[in-house]
Design a protein around this ligand. Structure first.
Ligand SMILES: [Zn+2]
Ligand SMILES: [Zn+2]
Length: 141
């Protein structure tokens, strides 16, 4: 059976490739921008639908950072943690290596909540943003 939804269209392949080659965690709008560079004329709806399908099939991850922040997409589907820049919203992958099992068990029993997963976000300011707010003195060469 060849379900329409499962067929890998050129558009979907392009979307997957864009996310997999991204060094950052692009938003849907950024993915669209990059797909348009390889497939000019592709529709925004097609790209957004492809993103949703790739998330559903587990090929990429969707990151929601709060109600007001744009959803970002992650090529790294392994369990990993993130550094979040509060200034520019940039995300970087980081492996903290914490084992939260004990903590999660405690939370689970205290709040009568069944934990299904855990991810850590460390907030702060990225190198670009911290150098922008504390500019280096210009030296006369
Ligand atoms: Zn930043
Ligand atoms: Zn990530």
């Amino acid at each position: 059976m060849i379900a329409e939804e499962l067929r890998s269209t050129p558009q979907r392949r392009a979307v997957l490739e864009v996310v997999q080659h991204a060094q950052d965690h692009p938003t849907a709008a950024e993915v669209l921008e990059r797909v348009l560079e390889v497939l000019p004329g592709v529709g925004a709806a097609t790209v957004y639908r492809s993103l949703a399908m790739l998330v559903e099939s587990g090929q990429i991850l969707e990151l929601r950072l709060g109600p007001s922040a744009a959803t970002r997409y992650d090529r790294n589907v392994e369990n990993h943690d993130h550094l979040v820049c509060d200034q520019c919203g940039r995300l970087a992958d980081v492996q903290v290596g914490l084992d939260p099992t004990e903590l999660l068990n405690a939370v689970s029993s205290h709040h009568d909540f069944q934990v299904s997963g855990f991810d850590l976000r460390i907030h702060g300011r990225c190198a670009d943003c911290s150098s922008a707010t504390s500019p280096r003195r210009s030296t006369h060469a």
